[in-house]
Each structure stands twice: as structure tokens, then as C-alpha cells.
Design a protein around this ligand. Structure first.
Ligand code: SF4
Length: 198
């Protein structure tokens, strides 16, 4: 599975303290793309799904982080690997949020009806649709643009999301390996995940 970055704890991409996995690779070309650095893939980003799953399980056990966000890139362009990952770690995570540039209606055809049915059973919240730069408005929490929908797929209560969506957008800065990393949904002309070497 091609993965560009993993970071925790993150509070700017969903309620509570979360671990975030950014997958690498997206074939779409949204104007003003919110994560252009993760559209391509390189061999050094190809990680073993079992090893990634074990790392997520260890994080949940050792640090008490039980919420996961999967962003990208587009995670749904690696649907089979995503199914394997989420099926392995689902037992340790109470809340799984996944972003995709496909619409909810497109997904059965794009990834196959059976894969989609399985994936739906593993995801709590899906944020769907391409990024549209003109629809990036500041009060659009959790989403890059207002066309994107927050879709509750599981039966768990989603009061935490309802409250989170009422709040302003958040950005977090991290320093990792000499690089400043900004995480969150930013206003127009900025990126969900931006990194600058210092
Ligand atoms: S779906 Fe996301 S990563 Fe892909 S081009 Fe659109 S904004 Fe960029």
C-alpha cells in the first residue's frame, strides 16, 4: 500500500485525538488540489499492509489513540489494500474516517460492488467528492469544499461529529525531522498537509 505519511496525535482532521494515515496516489486533477504532494507514488512509499496495521494496533494500545483518519491522495484508489488494513485494525479503533475524491454514488462502480459493501461496513464516516477550489469557504469544517459530504455509514452515535462540524477549521503545526508540518483543512490556496524544511 502506498503511504506518504503517518502522524499522531492529530485533532484537526476529526473529533478527538487521532492517528492520520495519508495514502500516496491520486489520478484526479482537481484544480487547486488540496494535497498535490500526495498525488504521485514512489517505490519508497510502498509499505506492507500487515506492518502498517501492526503499527496502528500498537499505537492504539500504547498511546490510547482509538480514532483513525485516512486521507491522501485518494485512499479509495487502493481499495483492496484499504479493506485489508481496516479489517485488521477495526477491533482497536472506535472511529474511522476516510476521505475520497470519488462520490458516494460512484464508488460501487469504481471499486466494485462487493469491495464497496465490505468497505462500507468498516468505515464510520466518509467524506466524499472532488475538491472544488471555488467552493472552499472558511466555515466548511472538515471538508475542503462545500460539495463534499460528511456521510455517516455506521450505527454508532455521531454527536461528536455533529459538534465538530459546528466549530471553525483547525490547523496544527508539527516539527518532524527538521520539517514544519501543517495539518488540517486550510482556506483556499493552502493545503490540507503542507511541509516546509527548516
Ligand atoms: S481528490 Fe484530493 S488529492 Fe486527488 S486531485 Fe482532488 S484534491 Fe487532490
Amino acid at each position: 500500500m502506498f503511504v506518504s505519511h503517518v502522524l499522531a496525535p492529530v485533532v484537526s482532521l476529526g473529533p478527538g485525538e487521532r492517528i492520520v494515515v495519508w495514502t500516496a496516489g491520486c489520478s484526479k486533477r482537481c484544480a487547486g488540489c488540496i494535497s498535490p504532494q500526495w498525488r504521485s507514488q514512489s517505490p519508497d512509499q510502498d509499505v506492507d499492509v500487515d506492518e502498517l496495521a501492526q503499527m496502528l494496533l500498537d499505537t492504539a494500545r500504547e498511546y490510547g489513540v482509538h480514532r483513525l483518519t485516512v486521507s491522501g491522495g485518494d485512499p479509495l484508489e487502493q481499495a483492496s489494500e484499504l479493506v485489508k488494513l481496516l479489517a485488521t485494525i477495526r477491533c482497536a479503533y472506535d472511529d474511522i474516517l476516510v476521505y475520497t475524491g470519488f462520490t458516494f454514488e460512484e464508488l460501487p462502480q469504481v471499486i466494485g460492488a462487493d469491495t464497496w459493501e465490505t468497505l462500507k461496513s468498516l468505515i464510520d464516516v466518509l467524506i466524499d467528492g472532488p475538491y472544488i477550489d471555488e467552493l472552499n469557504v472558511p466555515d466548511c469544517a472538515l471538508r475542503g469544499s462545500t460539495n463534499q459530504r460528511v456521510i455517516y455509514l455506521s450505527d454508532r452515535p455521531h454527536d461528536d461529529y455533529d459538534q465538530y462540524l459546528q466549530q471553525p477549521r483547525q490547523l496544527q503545526n508539527y516539527v518532524q525531522d527538521g520539517t514544519i508540518i501543517t495539518v488540517g483543512i486550510a482556506d483556499r490556496y493552502h493545503h490540507e498537509f503542507s511541509a516546509k524544511e527548516v
